[in-house]
Design a protein around this ligand. Structure first.
Ligand SMILES: Cc1cc2nc3c(=O)[nH]c(=O)nc-3n(C[C@H](O)[C@H](O)[C@H](O)COP(=O)(O)OP(=O)(O)OC[C@H]3O[C@@H](n4cnc5c(N)ncnc54)[C@H](O)[C@@H]3O)c2cc1C
Length: 390
């Protein structure tokens, strides 16, 4: 396998060296699966040939971006990891129409750094900006800005990809790969819409009563100027340097918020970005992504508070991040049962991967089987993720 693939990609672009295999055994979850080979393709033709070969020889491929998956999506035991990391160029920038074409391996942070000199922005900015555009498209990523701007699917005009049989698709098929977690194809390039960075203002609300918080959320949900609506529980609020009360940070695409100078806004945004690393440094290693309706938000916050589970979330969208420590394995099981009981789900932010397979409903399963039949009938792409195909 290594010899054949090395011939396809050239020397130094495929490795079964133990250091590389170790480095690609991990993602941001606790799943650890050592691959048999790591490959860094340089162009679409190489990916196409690798897929053709893998399809013929029934050799499983795991597609990988930056490896920040929290659901074991980008690791696979003994498989070949196909990394997008070295396909990270901007291939076209259309300033007039505010559209950019990029290779899938570009990291969102590098993309926005490059765009800043043109006063443009790819507006969905995750807390962890090392993610690749390919990884975000594969997850149909949601970020705090999704409150106003929707998911990444609304910002992707086109996504090119190579499917599991080696066929290359250039246009009008983006839905085959958006949100499909690499089960249908390797996204090679995308055409993205951009905006001018909006002038934001921010309000900070704190509450002692949950009912007051939810009343405010309902009000703000109706406000079209709300850009994001972030909730933090009392303990996280305290860690962030606020009062120990329920905290709601709301940003507007107008200047009606109390904090409106560039410095004030930047300071608050930096605080938001610091939450994940801060909680990780306090020992909260396990992240879960419960999704609940606004009617069940009270129950979720109340449960987490009683069990001392940290909770933060895009509250207007009903999407949350629940923080657990390493010792909380049993508590996570109880939490999953609780979320099921209140008709909630998992995977709305982090995807399904191998960790959230229990939460895939029959309709979604059928949809994936149909796509696999058409684009990857030998099941070489990310096998065992989301569904058990064949
Ligand atoms: C602290 C933290 C915070 C997070 N917050 C968010 C958040 O706010 N919103 C959010 O959506 N996610 C979040 N995540 C989850 C994760 O970062 C996202 O799923 C992200 O989109 C993964 O990007 P990546 O480049 O690291 O992809 P990887 O982790 O390498 O891969 C993720 C999945 O995408 C597939 N994939 C990657 N590249 C391609 C490609 N080129 N073609 C086809 N499939 C591909 C992989 O096979 C895998 O299934 C967070 C993770 C962490 C650790």
């Amino acid at each position: 396998m290594k010899k054949k693939i090395s011939n396809l990609v050239g020397s130094g672009k495929a490795s079964d060296n133990s250091v590389d295999l170790e480095a690609y055994s991990y993602c941001s979850s606790e799943t650890e699966l050592k691959p048999g080979l790591v490959v860094w393709p340089q162009n679409i033709e190489q990916i196409r040939r690798i897929m053709l070969y893998a399809n013929q020889s029934h050799a499983p491929i795991i597609i990988r971006g930056s490896g920040t998956s929290l659901v074991g999506g980008c690791v696979g035991g003994n498989n070949t990891v196909l990394s997008s990391e070295q396909m990270n160029k901007i291939t076209k920038l259309d300033l007039k129409n505010k559209v950019i074409e990029v290779e899938a391996g570009i990291r969102i942070k590098d993309l926005n750094n490059a765009l800043s000199e043109f006063k443009l922005l790819f507006p969905l900015v995750p807390f962890n900006p090392v993610k690749t555009i390919g990884g975000m498209i594969a997850l149909n990523a949601v970020t705090k800005e999704s409150q106003q701007l929707g998911r990444i699917s609304e910002w992707v005009e086109e996504a090119e990809f190579v499917d599991g049989t080696g066929k290359y698709y250039t246009t009008k098929k983006k839905d085959v790969v958006i949100g499909k977690e690499g089960l249908t194809g390797f996204i090679t390039r995308a055409r993205l819409r951009l905006i001018e960075p909006p002038a934001l203002s921010i309000d900070i609300f704190t509450f002692s009563e949950l009912s007051q918080l939810l009343k405010q959320v309902r009000l703000l949900q109706k406000d079209v100027e709300v850009y994001f609506l972030e909730f933090f529980d009392k303990s996280i609020a305290k860690e962030m340097g606020f009062e120990q009360r329920y905290l709601l940070i709301t940003s507007y695409t107008s200047l009606k918020g109390k904090n409106k100078t560039v410095l004030e806004v930047r300071k608050i945004l930096e605080k938001l970005d610091s939450v994940h690393p801060l909680l990780r440094s306090k020992g909260y290693y396990h992240l879960q992504d419960p999704a609940v309706s606004i009617e069940k938000t009270y129950d979720l916050i109340d449960w987490c508070e009683k069990k001392k589970v940290g909770l933060h979330g895009h509250i207007g969208l009903g999407l949350f991040y629940a923080y657990f420590s390493r010792e909380d394995k049993d508590l996570i099981k109880t939490f999953k049962s609780f979320i099921r009981r209140i008709n909630g789900s998992f995977g709305g932010v982090f995807g399904i991967g191998s960790a959230n397979k229990d939460f895939v409903n029959p309709v979604k399963k059928k949809e994936f089987i149909k796509l696999k039949d058409e684009y990857d009938y030998n099941n070489i792409l990310n096998p065992g993720k989301i569904i058990n195909y064949r």
